[in-house]
Design a binder for this molecule. Structure first.
Ligand SMILES: NC(=O)c1ccc[n+]([C@@H]2O[C@H](COP(=O)([O-])OP(=O)(O)OC[C@H]3O[C@@H](n4cnc5c(N)ncnc54)[C@H](O)[C@@H]3O)[C@@H](O)[C@H]2O)c1
Length: 354
């Protein structure tokens, strides 16, 4: 088996999870890392024994590497992914893939042209309950799936107060593009990537002045951060999405709000419905009927390190020349919907998706 060399762009909270996962895989070396924040750069490089360290991400692109993992703020994903792909690397990029459809299209087009692997790190797809639901839907056991609800709600959980997360030009938006993107992607993936037709969206910003630090990025990873105090994104967003095949999805995402919290996805099919909610015990419930009697069932799953699973999947795709789990169509659909929700919220009008 060929030894693969990996480089990491961005030495913040999520980079630790990527590096730990790569290091557990045989015949892989994480050899280079870049971050403009020198304190963070050396903190992570020392922790994991990474020898090549660069302040400018452009320098890591010039290195002889097989894989680049992009863990930088959202605004840099597109330019870094395109440069890495063009230099012959395979790329796994953190979510959201990009700030808008145009950027996402350019990445996908570049990956196609250079014929390298490109994957978005949508770790929730690798959870056992997600795969259980996917098999039920693809196997026809749920019947026709026609209505879905997806939420990712935090009561008090603003990531890094006044850091890039809460700065629109660096993040692209608030909880919708940050955490809503995970659950939207999961819904799109589970439903077989239906084509969106119409989006109605709203955003709110009610907790701006009483923002409470929500614990992400992990405190231990914030060495050298200098929060600016900027908060020009939403703290809650919701969207109503109608797809061309008449499926409907209701989506909500918050960093702060007076509601229940947790990640929830519910899908209704003509034979069965399922609901997964992190706060329920057990978290997965199946709704149906047996011989005309309305019946509920529950399911429990072993805990899985989804970051390990996603990185292993990507490495296998590189080694075996197979298509990563995130297809170009799914990647673009998710970006188009997020863009549609923000545009609809801004204009106060429904948005047709072309
Ligand atoms: N999959 C998940 O569950 C998950 C969880 C958290 C974050 N993320 C994503 O990972 C990315 C990073 O988030 P984080 O939580 O690690 O944030 P973070 O703030 O902890 O780290 C970001 C790092 O990027 C560095 N950086 C800034 N500008 C850069 C540039 N131009 N090039 C390279 N590095 C640069 C910063 O100095 C910082 O060290 C984001 O896109 C975020 O959405 C994903």
């Amino acid at each position: 088996m060929k030894r693969l060399k990996v480089g990491i762009i961005g030495a913040g909270g999520i980079s630790h999870y990527h590096i730990e996962a790569f290091k557990k895989i045989l015949e892989i070396d994480v050899v280079a890392i870049s971050d403009p924040n020198e304190t963070k750069l050396s903190f992570v490089a020392e922790k994991f024994g990474i020898l090549k360290r660069f302040v400018n991400w452009e320098n890591i692109i010039e290195e002889q590497l097989d894989i680049i993992s992009i863990c930088s703020p959202n605004a840099f994903h597109a330019q870094q992914a395109i440069a890495a792909l063009k230099s012959g690397k395979h790329v796994i990029c953190e979510k959201p893939v990009a700030m808008n459809t145009e950027e996402a299209k350019s990445i996908i087009e570049t990956a196609k042209q250079v014929n390298n692997k490109f994957m978005v790190a949508f770790c929730h797809r690798f959870a056992p309950h997600s795969q259980f639901i996917k098999k039920m839907i693809d196997g026809g056991q749920m019947g026709e799936v026609y209505f879905a609800k997806a939420s990712c709600l935090r009561r008090r959980g603003i990531p890094g107060l006044g850091t890039w997360f809460t700065t629109k030009k660096l993040a692209g938006g608030g909880p919708l593009i940050d955490i809503g993107v995970h659950i939207l992607d999961l819904a799109v993936y589970l439903m077989g990537c239906p084509e969106p037709q119409l989006v109605v969206g709203v955003t709110y910003n009610k907790f701006k002045n009483q923002a409470v630090d929500g614990g992400w990025p992990p405190v231990w990873s914030r060495v050298g951060d200098r929060p600016t105090g900027t908060f020009d994104v939403e703290d809650l967003a919701a969207g109503f999405i109608k797809f061309k095949n008449n499926i409907t999805l209701f989506l909500e995402a918050s960093w702060a709000g007076n509601s229940e919290s947790g990640l929830k996805i519910a899908l209704m099919g003509t034979k069965y419905g399922v609901q997964y909610w992190t706060e329920a015990k057990p978290p997965l419930k199946i709704y149906g009927d047996i011989n005309g009697v309305v019946t509920d069932a529950t399911a429990e799953f072993p805990s899985v390190n989804v970051y390990q699973a996603e990185i292993e999947h990507f490495v296998n795709c590189v080694r075996n020349n197979t298509q990563p789990i995130t297809t170009p169509e799914e990647i673009l659909t998710v970006v188009k919907i997020i863009e549609g929700i923000y545009r609809s919220a801004e204009t106060g009008k429904p948005v047709e998706i072309s």
